[in-house]
Design a protein around this ligand. Structure first.
Ligand SMILES: O=P(O)(O)OC[C@H]1O[C@H](O[C@H]2O[C@H](CO)[C@@H](O)[C@H](O)[C@H]2O)[C@H](O)[C@@H](O)[C@@H]1O
Length: 260
């Protein structure tokens, strides 16, 4: 199906669709300082309209749920899944943490302290309560050393590793990821779109593939936000693609123009 057919098939399923979005590199631009990132222009308004007119909007990110909620305060009905689904904050409710992750809080705090003490200058350590992301965007030369250190700590502490865009993340060992969120949150629906830019988003694409294989009437739409860092894998697995977070509102406005 090309874009016009996808838009029409989605509009025909209005009210029975969900739209899932990764945050960094998808809704927000890539910046050196992770703490400074805000949604790209037009994102909040367009997601609000999508949520009202076509189907529920859900954010699924490796960021903490609190960080995401601060950026989408104007959309209180939109659920935010943080830390790959280990946290969720739904309309007006508190942030809920997966019980399996709670014992990892002190482990991650110690790990972040240790990373700051042991890794070379230029490394940026992002402590996220139940995960630690180690960045080398401003010092690419330290990447191999960070990767080696993180592999050793993951094996020593029984943690999982998740690679990303000039970042490696240590997280708890359970199976929860963006794919499991997609599987749960598409139950009872006829259509879902997922927008992503990074390797972890391939799991969400795969969950949509599975859902469509089980139900031939289910419309699954994978949208890649293309970038040289992730490479071709995501674009090749996608139905549609845009070139930057700034282009996401334009694509959604084309879709909304078909909405009933
Ligand atoms: O699931 P996501 O919402 O895509 O989160 C993935 C990682 O995003 C952030 O790091 C990335 O964006 C930063 C800000 O632009 C950038 O400096 C960094 O190089 C990127 O990897 C976030 O800081 C990480 O915690 C997330 O794992």
């Amino acid at each position: 199906m090309g874009a016009p057919e996808i838009f029409a098939a989605t509009a025909a399923r209005a009210g029975r669709c969900a739209f899932f979005f990764d945050f960094d590199g998808t809704l927000g631009p890539i910046r050196d300082d992770p703490g400074s990132v805000q949604p790209a222009p037009g994102i909040v308004e367009t997601l609000g309209e999508l949520n009202r007119r076509l189907g529920k909007v859900v954010i699924v990110s490796a960021r903490p749920a609190d960080f995401l909620r601060e950026r989408f305060r104007e959309l209180p009905d939109v659920a935010v899944f943080g830390l790959y689904g280990l946290e969720v904050q739904r309309a007006g409710g508190p942030v809920e943490t997966d019980p399996s992750a709670a014992p990892f809080v002190p482990i991650m705090r110690d790990l972040a302290d240790r990373a700051r003490a042991e890794l070379p200058a230029g490394t940026l350590v992002e402590y996220k309560r139940i995960a630690v992301a180690i960045h080398w965007r401003t010092a690419p030369q330290v990447g191999p050393e960070v990767e080696q250190w993180a592999k050793e700590r993951a094996s020593e502490l029984g943690l999982r590793l998740q690679g990303g865009r000039m970042v490696l993340e240590l997280k708890p060992p359970g199976q929860r990821d963006k794919g499991t969120v997609l599987r749960e949150e598409t139950e009872g629906l006829s259509c879902a779109w997922y927008f992503g830019d990074d390797l972890a988003d391939l799991r969400a694409f795969a969950a949509l593939d599975d859902r469509a294989a089980q139900d031939p009437d289910f419309l699954a739409v994978r949208v890649a936000v293309a970038n040289a860092e992730t490479g071709h894998a995501l674009v090749e697995a996608a139905d549609l693609h845009v070139d930057a977070p700034e282009d996401v509102p334009g694509l959604l406005r084309e879709l909304l123009a078909q909405a009933p």
